[in-house]
Design a binder for this molecule. Structure first.
Ligand SMILES: [Zn+2]
Length: 678
């Protein structure tokens, strides 16, 4: 998965078990989750998770509950403890404690938010309202950009697609509030209803804002203007499936080309107002979007443009405003859109907010209590084993020519690994955090990140930087950096237990490592070379073979339906499905090498062989209950398949699984046309 600030990264794995009490050898799977009435060859997911699914409810403040959510919740408690102590301490606190403590303390102070009303937002709104014409509005757009809510489009820095060591400027489509362009464009009843709800929500927020600022305005008209403007942006946007192909986002230009795209947008003024280092090189993610943007700006009145900018500021600030705003925001985004029954307690929201705003300061404290040095060494050793498997996998790929294999080996050898946390912590000393100004704290922290990102333009890429904070329960592969990254948050039981058998860890974190490594060679990753450049290193024949194999995976997952009337998009989920299918093979190969060396006793646990335990461990990562609403949002936006299909979609392709459980031809878990990429 690629990670940067505009794309929420999300991808996970895990082995369930009551980790605190278990002995290491029991950690591979949770016998209590199994439904023994189900034949594993008929529905392996129901077999592995059936009892868990029936006995586990989605907590009211969640939209889904996956077996590994426990670990995430445990990390939240650890962070909560750190932050409560930091917030309570006096003047003798360390600089970091003061920063995170004051931020968190300001966030949890609901009474202060109530007393201030929307007044803290006023100076930001004034900047927007001061513009006398569309030309003067450029400064306001640049200003709102820096403060986080990305109006109209995205502007940021990233590594050059063709010279991965260098950071250049990017502009790309953006500016939407709903999770995908589809939400604005689809005409089925559910989509129409949702848009009506969204419009009402925007009107309600403007109504609250007007009351709080003692201003009267037509909130309904404002909401209609926002929806109309965002719908026009959605119409100009490229769809998510097309965007997965890095080539469709590859449009190197210079700043001189920008006026040709959007003649009525003053790019020179905008870039100057962003105070970036000077530059000429820029990649335009979707030139067509910027061409259409000219017409959209032309057709939208100055007042409506201001309304849209006000909406983006209001949206960004909702969590820092009085409880009525917070509730209204939750009613739409939590309840209506995702089916969440209750808002999470304020402390949880504030822990997450601190992680987002000052993640490497909070993370520094987190690793002190939750991550040990030996864990890092052992994790590196495991990664090494999985990389050995990948080499073996490439060697035995019958469909790949020697020429392409040589390139693949070179790319694999160039993969680097980052474990735990950054070697150099981010310095937040320039971010002013005031204990009584939560909205201001949020805005200043957001501006710090935007400035930090933009200031990289023209510099060399710093590969030591992390795209996730240390407590994050997740992992990622970065194609331009060709590295795999495992934050401390995921390197804990039950994902990873330094005291457990290798077999146990292979079934859990080993599959995660395999998944991330496979991303380097999935339909997106394979387009980058070992240096991280977008460059084709495949022979034409091998590309054809790869695509035919990938097509099999697309067709397989196209058939899966997570909720009535909804099918998965095989093309949207292809990269993740390929990584799931490949990752488990890599971990399994490492298990076989280990078993051959007899370092793992070949004993049965609960009547199950080590091979069966391995597959159970894998499946039980994915035991998952989700609201229907959440399943619908994810089917449109999430490149990952739901747990049920991450499990069954994989094992039905695997003869190693079928052998382990004695499945026969004709069983549902034995695919007639088994797919295999890696
Ligand atoms: Zn992934």
């Amino acid at each position: 998965m690629r990670v940067f600030r505009f794309l929420p990264a999300f991808s996970l794995f895990l082995v369930v078990s009551s980790f605190a009490q278990s002995t290491p050898s029991q950690l591979a799977f949770n016998p209590d989750a199994i439904d023994k009435a189900i034949d594993p060859c008929v529905d392996f997911y129901q077999y592995a998770c059936g009892t868990w699914l029936k006995s586990t409810e989605i907590p009211a403040d969640q939209t889904e509950w996956v077996s590994f959510t426990e670990l995430y919740e445990r990390n939240l408690v650890t962070l909560h403890d750190i932050l409560e102590k930091a917030a309570a301490g006096g003047e003798e606190r360390s600089a970091i404690d003061k920063k995170i403590g004051d931020f968190y303390g300001a966030c949890v102070d609901e009474k202060a938010a109530e007393a201030k009303g929307a007044a803290p937002l006023q100076p930001y709104l004034d900047r927007v309202n001061a513009a006398k014409d569309k030309g003067a509005l450029i400064e306001a757009i640049a200003y709102v950009h820096v403060h986080g809510p990305n109006p109209l489009f995205n502007f940021y820095s990233n590594s050059d697609l063709h010279n991965a060591g260098e950071v250049i400027a990017y502009i790309d489509q953006g500016g939407l509030t709903l999770p995908d362009r589809d939400y604005y464009l689809k005409t089925d009843q559910r989509s129409l209803d949702l848009r009506k709800n969204y419009e009402q929500h925007v009107a309600n927020m403007f109504e609250l804002l007007g009351k709080s600022l003692n201003t009267t305005w037509d909130s309904k008209a404002k909401a209609a203007a926002v929806l109309k403007f965002e719908t026009a942006l959605a119409e100009a946007s490229m769809d998510r499936v097309l965007r997965r192909n890095p080539e469709s986002r590859n449009h190197p230009m210079t700043t001189k080309d920008l006026p040709d795209l959007t003649p009525n947008f003053q790019w020179t003024a905008f870039i100057s107002d962003e105070h970036t280092p000077s530059f000429t090189k820029i990649n335009v993610g979707n030139p067509d979007f910027f061409k259409k943007l000219a017409g959209i700006i032309e057709q939208t009145s100055l007042d409506d443009l201001k309304t849209y900018l006000t909406w983006r500021l209001l949206l960004r600030s909702a969590s820092a405003l009085p409880p009525l705003f917070v509730q209204e925001n939750f009613q739409f985004f939590g309840k209506t859109l995702n089916g969440q029954q209750e808002i999470a307690p304020r402390w949880k929201r504030c822990v997450r907010a601190t992680d987002r705003a000052l993640g490497e300061a909070l993370g520094q404290k987190f690793v002190e209590v939750a991550f040990s040095g030996p864990a890092k060494a052992k994790a590196l050793q495991l990664v090494d084993e999985i990389e050995k498997s990948m080499k073996q996998d490439i060697e035995t790929a019958s469909w790949m020519s020697q020429a392409t294999k040589q390139q693949a080996y070179a790319k694999l050898a160039a993969v680097s690994n980052k474990i735990g946390y950054p070697e150099q912590w981010r310095d937040y000393s320039s971010v002013i955090i005031k204990p009584d100004d939560y909205l201001g704290d949020e805005e200043r922290a957001a501006a710090f990140e935007v400035r930090r990102n933009l200031n990289k333009i023209g510099n060399r890429v710093d590969k030591s930087e992390w795209g996730m904070t240390p407590p994050t329960v997740n992992a990622y592969y970065s194609p331009p950096q060709n590295n795999i990254n495992f934050p401390a948050g995921i390197l804990q039981p039950p994902f990873y237990n330094p005291k457990a058998d290798d077999a146990v860890n292979l079934g859990a974190i080993g599959v995660v490592v395999g998944h991330e490594l496979t991303h380097g060679f999935d339909d997106q990753g394979r387009k980058y070379d070992g240096a991280g450049n977008l460059q084709d290193w495949w022979t034409a024949e091998d590309t054809k073979s790869f695509e035919a194999r990938a097509e099999c995976v697309v067709n397989e997952y196209d058939q899966f339906s997570p909720v009535d009337g909804v099918k998965l998009k095989g093309k949207l989920t292809l990269g993740e499905n390929a990584a799931d299918n490949g990752g488990i093979h890599l971990a399994y190969m490492a298990l076989m090498r280990d078993l051959a060396g007899k370092t793992i006793p070949n004993t049965k646990l609960d009547g199950l062989t080590p091979r069966q335990q391995f597959f159970l461990g894998f499946a039980q990562v994915w035991c998952e209950n989700a609201t229907d609403a959440n399943s619908r949002v994810r089917a449109i936006t999430d490149p990952h398949s739901p747990g049920q299909f991450r499990t069954n979609g994989v094992v039905q392709n695997m003869k190693e699984f079928q052998q382990a459980f004695g499945c026969q031809a004709g069983d549902p878990m034995v695919s007639v046309q088994a797919c295999r990429v890696w």
